[in-house]
Design a protein around this ligand. Structure first.
Ligand SMILES: O=P(O)(O)OC[C@H]1O[C@H](OP(=O)(O)OP(=O)(O)O)[C@H](O)[C@@H]1O
Ligand SMILES: NC(=O)CC[C@H](N)C(=O)O
Ligand code: SF4
Ligand SMILES: [Mg+2]
Length: 486
């Protein structure tokens, strides 16, 4: 199985988005719209599966939702009043059609479709065991182990088989599952990845973010709770189960910093307001004398507004962003990647000339963006360029559904803050503290014994076992040993 996380060489990227609707006349069209609103979470591939009461229908394609799911004939080929869909950024398994979700299989109980946001941190171990027992895999995706665990479970009902499967996996999973009996939505016991429920008339909707509810005109009902399973039968009856017992939740803090759209509500807080509060806290912790506060578009914008309001320094658009380049412009090879950042952002020269500026971005991962932007500001004639970052230094890889570079490529893993400042050629560089970030989220501070969030990419404190990684490290050591011996 190929794991693209964390051994690929690009920067921290998005994750996946999932959307499901039960009991709507135009289910697959609604899913296509919902996936549109979640496109920022994954741009590699998209897929929709529908259920018409007799048969399941699936269309999966590489690329964006637009271009693949905006044609009448595609939507007409996905009939039925229940459907779910997925936009993908791979974390386990290569970027190819066989790994595009929803994954689908014919089980003893009938059809089974699954859409997953997250990453199963013991998938390789479970897969090896399943293959040993005779399972034949169709993909290299971590998500497929769930299907085989359900298929081989000794429990009687499909629901019990599903719960049995979940109890054997570790890591992060927000799931939408479709069976002939209805739809199931669930979040892993720690609630690492988000999932919300909405309502439109009599139809029930599940989505990674509330923006996807907004786009179809649905009302937000509530978040699916960490460790909760919500079942919707084909008659629209709703049931909630908590098969994992009480676990202290640890949702991903980076959703609030970067991944989610600012117009989303996650676990009852507005992403936009939190980002502004982070910016304000950053200004309290790391003030600087400057003429303008300038955001690095797009994700730095709300934090920059907060920084400007708190500091009283005027907010200005000193960097203009091209709307024809996506959120992440990813190209292999350093030369092209650097070009990409220049294509995306350009200096507003007339404004910058002779000014002391403070740039605000949400994060530094490899440092590619900051390096280019600081240089761009200097070339545009800035007198001083200060950089403030709305998250603590990203020092560790994510194993929970976010495609981070290998740890050794994270700038904050290689260099201390002084070294990073020199690397990006800024006059000063500072990051919000971890407690400051928690404060902006409404907490007094990080509860070190029982942290309120997953913040492993900043602290290295992973909330679950990392079985596959630990095994990989052991395997590596054996290899090294073998090399030394031979
Ligand atoms: O240090 P780096 O490796 O360059 O990565 C960090 C940058 O990547 C992200 O921006 P991105 O361009 O992906 O998306 P955005 O438009 O949402 O800000 C993030 O907002 C930082 O600007
Ligand atoms: N980013 C994600 O949530 C990816 C889901 C799944 N692990 C995959 O690789 O396809
Ligand atoms: S490691 Fe970071 S990005 Fe991954 S789930 Fe935890 S907080 Fe989120
Ligand atoms: Mg950015």
């Amino acid at each position: 199985m190929i794991t693209t996380n964390p051994f690929d060489d690009d920067k921290l990227r998005e994750e996946c988005g999932i959307f499901g609707v039960s009991g709507a006349e135009t289910a697959s069209a609604m899913v296509a719209l919902g996936l549109h609103a979640l496109q920022h979470r994954g741009q590699e591939a998209a897929g929709i599966t529908s259920w018409d009461g007799h048969d399941f229908h699936t269309h999966r394609a590489m690329g964006h939702v637009a271009g693949n799911f905006d044609r009448d004939e595609v939507i007409r080929a996905l009939p039925g009043d229940t459907a779910c869909g997925h936009v993908r950024y791979s974390t386990t398994g290569e970027t190819s059609l066989r790994n595009v979700q929803p994954l689908y299989a014919e089980l003893n109980s009938g059809g089974f479709a699954i859409a997953h946001n997250g990453n199963i941190s013991n998938a390789m171990k479970v897969r090896r065991e399943l293959i040993r027992r005779g399972s034949i895999f169709q993909s290299t995706s971590d998500t497929e182990v769930i299907i085989h665990l359900v298929a081989t479970s000794n429990y009687r009902t499909l629901l019990d088989k599903f719960i049995d499967a979940l109890k054997q996996i570790e890591g992060a999973y927000s799931l939408i599952v479709m069976t002939p009996e209805g739809m199931i939505a669930c979040r892993d016991p720690l609630g690492i990845r988000p999932l919300v429920m909405g309502k439109l008339g009599d139809s029930i909707i599940f989505a990674s973010e509330t923006v996807a509810l907004d786009v179809v005109g649905a009302d937000y009902v509530r978040s699916i709770e960490p460790g909760e399973l919500v079942i919707v039968t084909n008659d629209g009856e709703l049931r909630s189960l908590r098969p994992f017992g009480e676990v202290h939740p640890r949702p991903c803090i980076f959703e609030h910093v970067y991944f989610s759209r600012p117009d989303s509500i996650i676990d009852n807080s507005s992403v936009y307001s939190v980002r502004k509060a982070i910016g304000a806290q950053l200004a309290i912790e790391n003030p600087v004398d400057a003429d303008y506060v300038i955001p690095v578009p797009d994700s730095g914008v709300p934090a920059a507004i907060g920084y400007a309001q708190q500091s009283g320094i005027p907010f200005e658009l000193g960097i203009i962003r091209s709307h024809y380049i996506g959120r992440t412009f990813i190209q292999p090879g350093d030369k092209v990647r650097h070009l990409g950042v220049k294509l995306k952002h350009n200096a507003n020269r007339a404004l910058i000339q002779g000014k002391r500026i403070v740039l605000i971005d949400d994060s530094i991962v490899r440092g590619t963006t900051s390096l280019k932007i600081v240089q761009m500001m200097r070339e545009a004639g800035a007198a001083e360029v200060h950089m403030r970052i709305a998250s603590p230094p990203t020092k560790h890889s994510c194993f929970y559904g976010v495609d981070t570079p290998e740890r050794t490529k994270l700038l904050a893993h290689k260099l201390d803050i002084g070294g990073m400042q020199d690397f990006i050629h800024a006059d000063s560089l500072a990051f919000i503290s971890i407690d400051g970030l928690y404060k902006a989220l409404g907490e007094a501070k990080r509860a070190d014994i029982r942290p309120q969030y997953c913040d492993a990419c900043f602290t290295g404190d992973y909330p679950t076992k990392l079985t596959d990684q630990d095994e990989a490290v052991v395997e590596n050591q054996f290899e090294l040993l073998a090399e030394r011996v031979s």
